[in-house]
Design a protein around this ligand. Structure first.
Ligand code: MEV
Length: 394
C-alpha cells in the first residue's frame, strides 16, 4: 500500500474514495460510514444526553505519510482549510527518510486525594510501606486488563500541603498500564476502589478519585530529517527558538501541532480534550510554557523532534460507537493504541513543519488568500491552499 496519492486533490470525491478502497483494501461501500447521516440519531442518542441531532465535519485523508517504515493514509476530521494539504506537503518533504517514532509504556496516572491528614510525613510513609499491597489489591479488580499484559504497576505518594484550608494534603498516584485502552474508566474505577483504604492508611479523609490528564507516563516521540536549503533550515530553526524563548509564540506553535494531532483524534473517535489538556500541561511542566516540538539545523538537514503525551485507545470507550471512527481506524491501519498515537503525533509534527516553513519564508497570508478563494468555490478542484509554498500540492 502506498500513501503517495499523487494528484489526489485533483480527483472528484467519488474517484478519491475508489482509490482509497483499493489502497486500503476496504470493501465496496465502506465510505458510507462518512456519508451525511451515517451516525444515526438512535446511535447518537445512546452516546450522550439530550441529543437533538448530529453534527458533521469534513473527513479527509492526508497523503504521503511514511511512519516507522510503513506508508499510512492519515484520516483527519477538521473544519480548518489547509491543514490536510499542509500535512500532506510536509509528509512529502519528510518522505525520503520518513518519520520515526518511539513510545513509552502506556502508563496512566490515577489520583487519590487525601485531605485533613494529621501527620503528612507519617501518612506518606504508611502509604509507601503499603504500596505493594495496594497495587496487588488494585490488580485484583482488573483481571482482564492483567490478561492483556497491563494493569496497575505502581503507587507513588506526594505531599501537597502540610496545613492550610484542607489540612495536610497527600495525593497517591496509582500507575496503570492501560495497553490499548485510553483507560479513563478503568483508572477511575481503580481509584474509587482504593480510596477508602488509602485514606485510612494516610490518616485523613478521601477526596477526589480521578485520572490525571497529564499523562507524562504515556508519551510519543516523533523525529524526522528533511533535506532543505541552508537558508530555509536557518529560518525554521530560528522560528523554533522563538517558541522556545516565548510562551506567547509557543502557544501558537503548539496550536499548529494540535491542528494535525486533533484532526486525527477527532477522525478516530478519541477524547481530544483529554489529549489537549495533557499536551499543554506537559508543555508547561518545567514552569515555563514551552514548544512541544523543536527544530534544528544540523548542518546538513533540518531535524525535527516532537514529544507529546498521547492517551488514546483502540479498544473501549466510544471508539467503536461511531461508524466514521471505525472507518478512520481501518484506513490508517491502527490496530494498537501505540500505532494510533504514533500516527496522530506524526501528523502534528507535519502540520508544525508546514506552518513554520510558510511563516518563516513567504508568510501565512498567501495561504489564507487561497483559502478564501476556496471557500467561495466549494466545488472547485483547485489545489487546496497549504501552510507552506507548495511545489506540488499533495
Ligand atoms: C493556524 O491554524 C496555525 C498556525 O498559526 C501555527 C503557527 O503559527 O505555527 C499557522
Amino acid at each position: 500500500m502506498s500513501s503517495r496519492l499523487s494528484g489526489f486533490y485533483r480527483l472528484g470525491l467519488a474517484e478519491r474514495r475508489r482509490r482509497l478502497l483499493v489502497a486500503a483494501d476496504l470493501p465496496e461501500g465502506a465510505f458510507a460510514a462518512v456519508d451525511p447521516g451515517a451516525l444515526s440519531l438512535d446511535v447518537a442518542d445512546g452516546m450522550i444526553e439530550n441529543v437533538v441531532g448530529t453534527y458533521a465535519l469534513p473527513f479527509a485523508i492526508a497523503a504521503n505519510f511514511h511512519i516507522d517504515g510503513t506508508d499510512v493514509l492519515v484520516p483527519m476530521a477538521i473544519e480548518e482549510p489547509s491543514v490536510v494539504a499542509a500535512a500532506s506537503n510536509a509528509a512529502r518533504m519528510a518522505r525520503p527518510a520518513g518519520f520515526t517514532t518511539v513510545h513509552s509504556a502506556p502508563i496512566m496516572v490515577g489520583q487519590i486525594q487525601v485531605t485533613n491528614v494529621v501527620d503528612v510525613d507519617a501518612g506518606a510513609a504508611a502509604l509507601r510501606d503499603a504500596a505493594g499491597s495496594l497495587v496487588e489489591a488494585a490488580r485484583a479488580v482488573v483481571p482482564r486488563l492483567i490478561e492483556r499484559g497491563g494493569g496497575p504497576v505502581g503507587l507513588e505518594v506526594r505531599v501537597l500541603a502540610r496545613d492550610g484550608a484542607d489540612g495536610g494534603v497527600i495525593v497517591a498516584h496509582l500507575l496503570v498500564d492501560c495497553r490499548d485502552a485510553m483507560g479513563a474508566n478503568t483508572v477511575n474505577t481503580l481509584c474509587e476502589a482504593l480510596a477508602d483504604r488509602v485514606a485510612a492508611l494516610a490518616g485523613g479523609r478521601a477526596g477526589l478519585r480521578i485520572l490525571s490528564n497529564l499523562t507524562d507516563g504515556r508519551t510519543v516521540t516523533v523525529r524526522c530529517r528533511i533535506a532543505e536549503e541552508p537558508a530555509v533550515r536557518a529560518v525554521i530553526a530560528a522560528a523554533s527558538r522563538f517558541a522556545e524563548l516565548d510562551p506567547y509564540r509557543a502557544a501558537t506553535h503548539n496550536k499548529g501541532i494540535m491542528n494535525g494531532v486533533d484532526a486525527v483524534l477527532v477522525a478516530t473517535g478519541q477524547d481530544w480534550r483529554a489529549v489537549e489538556a495533557g499536551a499543554h500541561a506537559y508543555a508547561a511542566r518545567t514552569g515555563l510554557y514551552r514548544p512541544l516540538a523543536v527544530w534544528r539545523d544540523d548542518g546538513e538537514a533540518l531535524v525535527g523532534e516532537l514529544v507529546i503525551p498521547l492517551a488514546v485507545g483502540t479498544v473501549g470507550g466510544s471508539v467503536h460507537a461511531h461508524p466514521g471512527s471505525r472507518l478512520a481506524l481501518a484506513l490508517c491501519g491502527a490496530k494498537t493504541a501505540e500505532r494510533l498515537a504514533a500516527i496522530a503525533a506524526t501528523a502534528g509534527l507535519a502540520t508544525n513543519l508546514a506552518a513554520l516553513r510558510a511563516l518563516a519564508t513567504e508568510g501565512i497570508q498567501r495561504g489564507h488568500m487561497a483559502l478564501h478563494a476556496r471557500k467561495q468555490t466549494p466545488d472547485s478542484h483547485r489545489p487546496p491552499a497549504a501552510q507552506l509554498p507548495p511545489k506540488e500540492s499533495t
